[in-house]
Every structure is written in C-alpha cells, then in structure tokens.
Design a protein around this ligand. Sequence first.
Ligand SMILES: NC(=O)c1ccc[n+]([C@@H]2O[C@H](COP(=O)([O-])OP(=O)(O)OC[C@H]3O[C@@H](n4cnc5c(N)ncnc54)[C@H](OP(=O)(O)O)[C@@H]3O)[C@@H](O)[C@H]2O)c1
Length: 309
Amino acid sequence: MPSLDAVTGAFGYTGRHITKRLLASGQTVRTLTGHPDRPDPLREQVDVRPLDFDAIDQLTQDLQGVETLYSTYWVRFAQGGLDHARAAENLKRLFSAAERAGVRRVVHVSITGASSDSPLPYFRGKGLVEEALHQSGLSHGIVRPALIFGDEDILLHNIAWIVRRLPFFPIFGDGTYRVQPVHVDDLAELAIQLGNEAETRTIDAVGPETYTFTALVERIAQAVNRRPKLVHVSPDVGFALGRIGSMVTGDVLITRDEIRGLMADLLVSHASPTAPTALGAWLDAHRATLGVQYVSEMKRHFDRPKHHT
Ligand SMILES: NC(=O)c1ccc[n+]([C@@H]2O[C@H](COP(=O)([O-])OP(=O)(O)OC[C@H]3O[C@@H](n4cnc5c(N)ncnc54)[C@H](OP(=O)(O)O)[C@@H]3O)[C@@H](O)[C@H]2O)c1
C-alpha cells in the first residue's frame, strides 16, 4: 500500500526533487506550499494544501495520515517582515502540528554549519530549528546540504550568468574559503533514505569535490569558456557591486550575510562526502545552458500570489 508523505514546497527547488522521487517510488504526496495556486507540471500528481503557519488546526488536519514530512521551508533573506527568526518560529509551529497529527517521521533540510550560536541569522535560525526538532517528541532525521546545485539552482547559474557577460568577476576577500556542492537529486535521495530510517540522525549532504570560492568561479568560467579577470574586493565593495547587480536584475543578487556566510567557511563538511555527483563533470555536461538565463529569487518567491505570513 502506498503511504502518504508530505513535502513543503513541492513546486520549489529541493521539494520538487524530493517529490518526484517519492512519486516515482509509488508514494502518494501532499504538498504544503505558500503558492497553492501556482501552475506547475507536478500539480496534477500531488495533493496541494496551503502552508499557513497561522492556521495551526488546519495544518494539523493537513498532516493527519502523513507518514513522513519532508521539511524544506526556509527564507534566503529577510523580506516583508519575514526574517530568519520568524521562519524558525514558523517551523516550530509546523513541527508541533506534525506531532499533534501523529506524523511518524520528519526529515528536515538544514545546512552545514547550522548553529544556534552563529552570529549569522540564517545559520543561527537553522541551528534553533534543529534544536527544536531534537526537543520535540518526533522521530526525525536532519540532512545538512552545503551548497545545492542542479538545473534550477540560483548561485551557480547566476555566477555563470555574470561570467558570460562581464570581463571581470569580483572575489570577496582572498577567495580561499571553501564550498562543497551537492547535486539536488543526491540531496533528495539522502532525504528519502533518512525518511525510511527510524533513528535520529543528522548527516551532511556534500558531494565529492570541494572548491575554494576562487576555484569555483574559475571552474564555472572554464565550463562556459570564458576567462574573466578575478578582482579581489573587500566584502563591502563586493556588496556594493552586488547592489548594482540587484538593480540591473530586479533581484537580490547577494546579501551582506550571504557574503559573511560564504567567507566563514561554513559550506563544507568535516565528514566524508555523502553524495556521488561531482560538480565539475556536471558543469561541463550543462555548459550549453549554464548561466544563459538569470535565475531570480524574487521572481521565484514573490511574483505570484502566496499564503505565507
Ligand atoms: N539552495 C541551496 O544552495 C541551499 C544550501 C543549503 C541549504 N539549503 C536549504 O535547503 C532547503 C531548500 O532550499 P531551496 O533552495 O530548495 O528552497 P526553495 O525550494 O526555493 O524553498 C523551499 C521552501 O521554502 C519556501 N520559501 C522560500 N523562500 C521563501 C520566502 N521568501 N517566503 C516564504 N517562503 C519561502 C518555499 O515556499 P513555496 O512553497 O511558496 O515555494 C518552499 O516551501 C532550505 O531549507 C534551505 O535553507 C539550500
């Protein structure tokens, strides 16, 4: 008998890949999303419910009968009154609804370097959410990706988009801080593996290759056959250039906190790689499309009617 799983954000990025895998294995999937009216190829295959953190009773009802809840909800930056502290509170509400509904297992997507002690709101919020999950009575697994890549990722595509258009690329500081990218499908598989387990476990989702930020930009440039001059800039100058880029694209290209997060060397694992797909080979295989289109965070989350508070 196929069981019912719930995925937050099945029309988003990570949630879409988890959903596709679950559907392919015969599971029934319900999504909780801030965009329940969004036209999407997956719409017909999933049961769509609004993700409204103020409607706890409704959330609890929507989670009834759910075996595993895959939680991908988070915000990249504060916008319209929704910051990381609020997002963390929202997730605590979701977990408490899951507990009340009798959900068997929660798999939560966090991030490497998550810590409630972090001075960075993104990483601190993630740490607080992990702690809340540990303190709940829910059986759970936590998967911590570093930087996720795939067809719709934002950072790598937009680095490529810039590299294709500008003769130079700004590197914040010395560029020696590292990233250990994981493919979105590998992440989805790890999440589902955790969903099928019973014990509490936290694992990093990291691929086999680690790059310094400079090496990452160079590798992307190589894939799209460009040779931009790498210009080392202070974080402040990098942020100012990012602001100009944001004005040109109508997006938020990069925030001060994201620059600090990158430079803090948090997007790597101290454990062995857990995912097989190597970024370099993937970049070469996708060189024809990489960075051709700009991928907009604002368009993805704020262009259409939504229900999040
Ligand atoms: N992308 C990366 O490189 C990366 C790296 C490390 C960790 N992570 C973590 O992986 C998880 C999934 O990330 P993703 O990149 O795949 O995200 P995503 O699909 O773009 O978003 C995941 C979920 O969060 C909701 N959401 C995103 N931004 C929002 C906003 N501003 N306001 C309200 N809701 C918002 C989406 O809502 P809708 O249902 O309305 O679409 C969706 O349910 C997140 O927890 C993230 O912290 C991502």
